[in-house]
Design a protein around this ligand. Structure first.
Ligand code: ADP
Ligand code: ZN
Length: 735
């Protein structure tokens, strides 16, 4: 017979730490402490107190007792919900990230765990339901005024009671001794006033109403489902999905709205306030740490019914998420490229599924991924075909730059000059769009042909004339504009080549000196206040001519804007990016959609060297469905996304040969087989970035083959030296 030795094992838990570790660590639960999955705890790690979350699953019973450390203490905050824990795990396995690295995004406000200090106040000691002994002492007029100042059950701070009753604070203490009053904790004020779903009811058009009813029903069903909401620019999609938010409020569940550029969303917030009477809670990277903590806690305690945020808002601890809206779902700003590499639109769908919530993806120019999901029936689809209030879509025409070129050294063609001039003469607003910051994208020595490059990146330095500097738009490197060519030393031969918005501004200044001009680019509109001010100035007609980069494409509603001129419509088409055509159509269609959104009809002129290009033809006809259908057919045969799966491995190192060696090793160990293909290694699109040399391998599989297990095995077969980094990017976007 076997000897059975019984060992008393103290209770143990797994704790996930917000660090890039392989998994959860085991800890001992000290006597008297009760823990459940999701609880926030402090644990020792390498001699430091570290915050973690009790995770699901059994701790290892074979781990010797002496190796275990004790949980130090538990925090008094709502535990992380099971749906958020599942989400953290899901994102980790999908993106091949350590779960702790994902958890870190869900704990971006760890100090939120310090509970706010409760404040003391006074309440009536007697009254209905009270079994306190009857008070003693005389009811003076002063005391009576104190008794009158408090309703039964009400708790107020002492100074407020004293002020209301017109007595000295000492009176209150005396009344407490006599048993009239007793100390009590003040209720914590709500951080966010609750939005009122019925504050204002916009009168929706027929199409809007049908779409809104469908979204409301989806929310009321309290289960997972995705709806794609499309509609021409200005069709009123926002009002429609705000109805879904209203329904979510009535259901007493939380709603999350993701916006691609929260800093530019002043107009959106105005509309939210008009609809619901209050501001929503906001979540983005520029919040102060204090606001971040308070918002985090309010969300955890269910006190922020509507949260509007950037992609990181997906990781907030909603107790009962009922709706996730992704506005402008086609936007690449939803892709996070650093750290945990993920696409917030795709993860929003997952978050909704794990929370039994409705998900609404919104765009006038949806991505091919989302359109395909709608076509195959995975997503429901609602479409608004008309602009709100009878506004017409702008008339689009092309300016063939081969036949109608601008004057030498200029960038605005005579046709566009005439159109802008006419618009300004009528007292309407015009916009010139060029998706390039700065003065000129390239500086060239006319003596020796040298081009000024970033020392850290495969990129030209961009002249910013206003700041008298050359800048790299990839690493932030900046230097003064030199007088001499750094290569041949010639003086006065450096020339600006090509236009940026600053140069268009300069040209506009000579063409229309009277016009009041405003540049909208990330360096002139750095944050929410500047965006709100720009929107105000434009709405109040303090601006005649707007000159902007892609910032101007973002959902603005400028009622007096009737003309949009695109200075270089071909700009996004160069390069080997799979989605270059799709993205150019989306961007230019959105920019065009800023024109003629109210009573006055709009007009759009696109300057191009290739008017016959399918992108220009699609914009001209406005038939984006046909364009996307054709785009699908170019991707389907080669199993390119969304008809196949793609993942990128980016190998980087300071020394070029180190990057090359690991890239070659990965190439030699590449997986293969039916429906699996590896492309590369090849130089990555930015072969040098921030001083690191980069190589790329692409894994492409058929749609029915998951890339994650293949990637895991592949990476396990190759030894990566410490000075080389391999970053995994599942579903890469810019390549
Ligand atoms: P989209 O997001 O589809 O481009 P918006 O939601 O921005 O369109 O709507 C365009 C304009 O029409 C906005 O100024 C919006 O406030 C207004 N609007 C849309 N629907 C209504 C409605 N039902 N009642 C009043 N105004 C509306
Ligand atoms: Zn650089």
């Amino acid at each position: 017979m076997n000897d059975t030795i019984l060992v008393a094992i103290s209770p143990r838990v797994r704790v996930l730490l917000p660090l890039p570790l392989a998994g959860a660590y085991d800890y001992r639960v000290p006597p008297g402490m009760r823990l459940q999955p999701g609880d926030f705890v402090a644990v020792p790690l390498n001699g430091r107190e570290t915050l973690g979350v009790v995770w699901d699953g059994e701790a290892d019973p074979d781990l010797p007792e002496r190796k275990l450390r004790d949980v130090l203490h538990a925090y008094d905050v709502p535990p992380m919900t099971a749906s958020l824990r599942r989400f953290v795990e899901w994102v980790a396995q999908y993106t091949l990230s350590p779960p702790g690295a994902v958890l870190r995004m869900a704990m971006s406000a760890p100090a939120a765990l310090e509970p706010p200090a409760p404040q003391a106040g006074w309440t009536l000691a007697t009254g209905p339901g009270s079994n306190a002994p009857p008070p003693t002492g005389r009811v003076t007029p002063e005391r009576q005024r104190v008794l009158d100042a408090l309703r039964p059950g009400e708790v107020l701070p002492g100074n407020l009671i004293a002020e209301r009753a017109g007595v000295k604070p000492g009176v209150l203490r005396g009344m407490a001794d006599g048993g009239w009053l007793r100390p009590a904790l003040l209720p914590r004020p709500l951080e966010f006033a609750p939005p009122d779903p019925d504050h204002a009811q916009p009168r929706l058009g027929t199409e809007q109403r049908a779409a809104a009813a469908a979204l409301e029903a989806a929310v009321a069903a309290r289960q997972y489902g995705v709806t794609l909401l499309t509609g021409v620019t200005g069709s009123g999609k926002t009002e429609v999905y705000l109805d879904a938010v209203a329904e979510c409020l009535r259901q007493k569940r939380q709603a999350l709205v993701l916006l691609p550029e929260i800093a530019l969303s002043a107009q959106w917030l105005d509309r939210f306030r008009a609809r619901f009477g209050v501001n929503p809670a906001l979540w983005h990277s520029e919040l102060t740490s204090r606001t971040r903590r308070r918002t985090w806690r309010a969300v955890a305690e269910g006190e922020a019914p509507v949260l509007v945020g950037a992609r990181s808002a997906l990781f907030l601890p909603y107790p009962d998420l009922g709706l996730v809206v992704v506005d402008e779902e086609h936007e690449t700003a939803f892709k996070q490229e650093e750290g945990v590499v993920y696409h917030a639109r795709d993860m929003a769908v997952v978050r909704a599924r794990l929370s039994d919530a409705a998900c609404v993806l919104v765009s006038a120019t949806p991505s091919l991924e989302t359109l395909t999901n709608a076509e195959t029936g995975r997503y429901a689809h609602r479409h608004l075909s008309e602009r709100h209030g009878g506004a017409t879509l702008p008339a689009i025409s092309l300016v063939d730059l081969r036949r109608d070129p601008p004057e030498r050294g200029r960038f605005i063609s005579p046709k566009l000059v005439e159109a802008v001039g006419g618009t300004l003469a009528r007292g309407e607003q015009a916009m010139l769009f060029l998706n390039r910051r700065g003065y000129a994208p390239l500086t060239l020595c006319r003596a020796c042909g040298h081009r000024l490059r970033c020392p850290n990146c495969t990129a030209w330095l961009v002249e910013h004339r206003a700041q008298k500097r050359l800048q790299c738009h990839h690493c932030g490197h900046a230097e003064p504009v030199p007088q001499h060519c750094p290569e041949c030393g010639a003086e006065g031969f450096l020339a600006a080549v090509g236009p940026g918005v600053e140069r268009v501004l300069e040209e506009a200044g000579t063409l229309w000196p009277e016009a009041r001009r405003l540049v909208m680019a990330s360096d002139t509109i750095p944050g929410p206040a500047a965006a709100a001010e720009a929107a105000r100035a434009i709405a109040e007609r303090e601006v005649d001519l707007i000159i902007g980069t892609q910032i101007v494409a973002k959902g603005w509603h400028f009622p007096h804007l009737t003309l949009v001129g695109v200075v270089d419509a071909d700009l996004g088409l160069a390069g080997g990016d799979l989605r270059a055509a799709e993205r150019t159509v989306q961007l230019l269609h959105q920019v065009a959609g800023r024109a003629g959104r109210a009573e006055m009809p709009g007009r759009v002129l696109l300057q191009t060297f290739s008017p016959e290009h399918p992108v220009m033809q699609a914009l001209l006809s406005g038939d984006l469905d046909a364009f996307m259908a054709a785009e699908a057919e170019t991707r389907r045969p080669g199993h390119w996304p969304p008809f196949g799966r793609l993942a990128a491995l980016i190998v980087s190192a300071e020394e070029e040969r180190d990057a090359d060696r690991t890239a070659r090793d990965l190439g030699l160990a590449a997986p293969g087989g039916e429906g699996v293909q590896v492309l590369g290694p090849a130089p990555a699109p930015l072969a040098l970035l921030r001083g690191r040399h980069r190589r790329r391998l692409l894994l492409k599989t058929r749609r029915d083959i998951a890339v994650q297990p293949i990637l895991r095995e592949w990476l396990a077969r190759v030894e990566v030296p410490g000075n080389v980094k391999v970053q995994v990017d599942v579903d890469p976007v810019g390549f």
